[in-house]
Design a protein around this ligand. Structure first.
Ligand code: NAD
Length: 298
């Protein structure tokens, strides 16, 4: 249902990938006027087919009230939000930029400071919940930045999910997300380890999954990726490459603070092994192949 309030707020959206596309579709569903820029012309063509308004440069979305980005890595976001190669010199004062990518917290703070100089506000608002969460508008969103800007943005953020948390000052959304990813990595590693033992003894993995889901070992990973491990389905919602990037961000942040995270180091090593076997483009669940290699199982 369209409301005047919503349609008076225009949104420029950067990055229509695995997460961005379903997210921007939810904004459109809620009545927002959305214009999209993606650097990949193949994606732009797909958008046109779906009758989603797209532009072929960043300038084309700069006049919006809100700019939302969800891009792969820190340097992608830095390339978009700067004066030389990016959108900054075209933005008008009063615009709110919400970056929903998972990037370095330090970099998010710097981007926020640069934008503030041109009277543009910035929130770091990374998400958790995967492609399914993006499609069903059930993402968890961890937001850093000024509280009044968070409040002004809440209706928009609620289009992506209802669990929208104000984490604190600028950069804190990214810190919360790193904590999330430390647990995601450990949960998937724990699942792979349990499956590897069961498989080596000739146990039924489907039965094991169902059994564990009913008890205290249950996890999002077991529920959402357990079947894909069992079916040897490597299709990516969230790529090994992106998980490795997130683990790197968390370990860099931990190093800065002098916080030892031995579990994270172990998980990172296993993901590096997976990437070395050219599995970077596979889904997260492909980590099980590392266990198959270690146990010489197929
Ligand atoms: P993706 O690679 O599928 O999508 C990224 C999109 O950004 C691509 O379409 C790419 O063409 C576009 N892009 C890259 N650089 C650009 C630029 N300079 N200008 C415009 N467009 C550009 O990645 P994704 O899986 O959608 O992940 C995006 C972010 O969300 C990452 O930071 C990731 O860590 C995070 N994330 C992903 C998931 C997931 O399940 N996929 C879950 C939570 C968080």
């Amino acid at each position: 249902m369209k409301t005047n309030n919503k349609t008076s707020q225009s949104i420029g959206f950067v990055g229509a990938g695995n997460m961005g596309l379903p997210m921007l579709k939810n904004l459109i569903k809620q009545g927002y006027e959305v214009k999209v820029y993606d650097i990949n012309p193949k994606i732009t063509k797909k958008l046109e087919k779906d009758k989603i308004k797209s532009v072929n440069n960043l300038r084309g979305i700069a006049n919006s009230n809100f700019i939302i980005s969800i891009l792969p890595d820190t340097n992608d976001v830095e390339n978009v939000f700067n004066e030389r190669t990016g959108i900054n010199s075209y933005l008008k004062p009063g615009t709110i930029v919400i970056d929903m990518s998972t990037i370095s917290s330090k970099s998010a703070i710097e981007i926020g400071k640069t934008l503030q100089k041109i009277q543009v506000d910035f929130l770091d608002a990374p998400v958790s919940g995967g492609v399914k969460g993006a499609q069903n508008a059930k993402l968890s969103i961890m937001v850093g930045g000024k509280k009044d800007i968070f409040k002004k943005s809440i209706n928009i953020l609620n289009c992506f999910g209802k669990n929208v948390i104000y984490a604190g000052k600028s950069g804190m959304g990214q810190i919360f997300k790193m904590c999330n990813q430390i647990m995601v990595g450990s949960h998937i590693q724990a699942m792979c380890e349990a499956f590897a033992l069961c498989k080596s003894k000739g146990g039924n993995l489907n039965l094991l999954r169902e059994t564990l889901m009913g008890g205290s070992a249950n996890s999002w990973m077991l529920e959402n990726l357990g079947n894909q491990v069992i079916d040897k389905n490597d299709q990516a919602g969230f790529r090994i490459d992106l998980q490795l990037k997130d683990l790197r961000l968390a370990s860099e942040a931990a190093f800065e603070s002098g916080v030892p995270l031995p579990g994270l180091s172990l998980v990172q090593t296993l993901y590096l092994e997976s990437r070395a076997h050219n599995e970077g483009k596979n889904g997260n669940q492909s980590l099980f192949k590392t266990y198959d290699r270690m146990t010489n199982q197929k």
